[in-house]
Write a protein that binds this ligand. Structure first.
Ligand SMILES: [Zn+2]
Length: 264
């Protein structure tokens, strides 16, 4: 079984209030930060990109601070966008799929339910449609016609030691990624848990399709991972504090998730 190297790369951030991060708010409202990541999973000649982030157009439109484009972030760890052939899209929200057209040689692994959700009846409603961009969704539909989309339904292994798991909740087809590493089974939760606090305390992020699936998803994440310390949330600044940097120069930018946490 391969032991993959797994990297978290931060490409953008925005300020937030804690009350906006939890269903029902938070009694200790205070300033918070939402970080935006993409993830790299690699072993020898194999390379998988998990999500594609967004570019300056989305940052400007939605008031985020782009620190570096996802392609530039990948360049910092020696990954050439043109060499990326396998991409997992955890869900189609703009911050996860916005950079899809930067990878012309890739095929995209998605869940059936996410395509159905993003192109179906629920998108008539602003509360569900807001994080999606019709141009991104349309672009993915175009890729279907170019036979560059691999559809998955539920739990599927896409390579030895690398599998996809539909969690749902946040969106209808949200999928998490389970990876075999030298320290055991790591789970990239993406937005199945935006922050550590969500799965640790059983609270939900307010932007949600199905609250029951969201909360049930935390148990599934924990079941898939070797321990709670092997679950990596999708937007938490703590990720870059809990894991060692790829190099001193990349502190605060790129972390090694297959290494033992240093501040857990
Ligand atoms: Zn997100």
């Amino acid at each position: 079984m391969p032991e993959y190297e797994v990297l978290a790369l931060k490409y953008a951030w925005r300020p937030a209030r804690r009350a906006s991060l939890f269903i029902g708010g938070d009694p200790h409202d205070a300033d918070a930060i939402m970080d935006y990541y993409i993830w790299v999973v690699r072993a020898e000649e194999k390379l998988y990109l998990i999500d594609t982030g967004f570019n300056q157009d989305m940052a400007a439109k939605r008031g985020r601070t782009l620190l570096r484009s996802p392609v530039a972030a990948l360049g910092l760890v020696g990954v050439d966008a043109l060499a990326v052939r396998e991409i997992v899209i955890t869900h189609f929200h703009n911050d996860h799929v916005g950079g899809f057209d930067s990878f012309p040689n890739a095929r995209f692994h998605i869940q059936d339910d996410e395509m159905a959700f993003a192109t179906g009846r629920h998108m008539r409603h602003e509360r569900f449609a807001r994080p999606y961009e019709p141009d991104h969704v349309g672009g993915l539909v175009r890729l279907v016609y170019e036979n560059k989309v691999v559809f998955h339904d539920g739990d599927e292994e896409i390579a030895p030691g690398l599998s996809l798991h539909r969690i749902g909740g946040h969106t209808m087809g949200l999928q998490a990624v389970r990876v075999h590493t030298r320290r055991g089974w790591l789970v990239l939760a993406s937005d199945a848990s935006h922050y550590y606090e969500h799965f640790e305390t059983g609270r939900g992020f307010p932007l949600v399709y199905h609250v029951g699936e969201l909360i049930a998803g935390y148990a599934k994440l924990l079941q898939l991972a070797s321990s709670a310390q092997h679950v990596v949330p999708g937007h938490d600044p703590l990720v870059l504090h809990r894991y060692p940097p790829v190099s001193e120069a990349l502190r605060g930018i790129a972390a090694r998730l297959d290494a033992e946490p240093i501040n857990a």
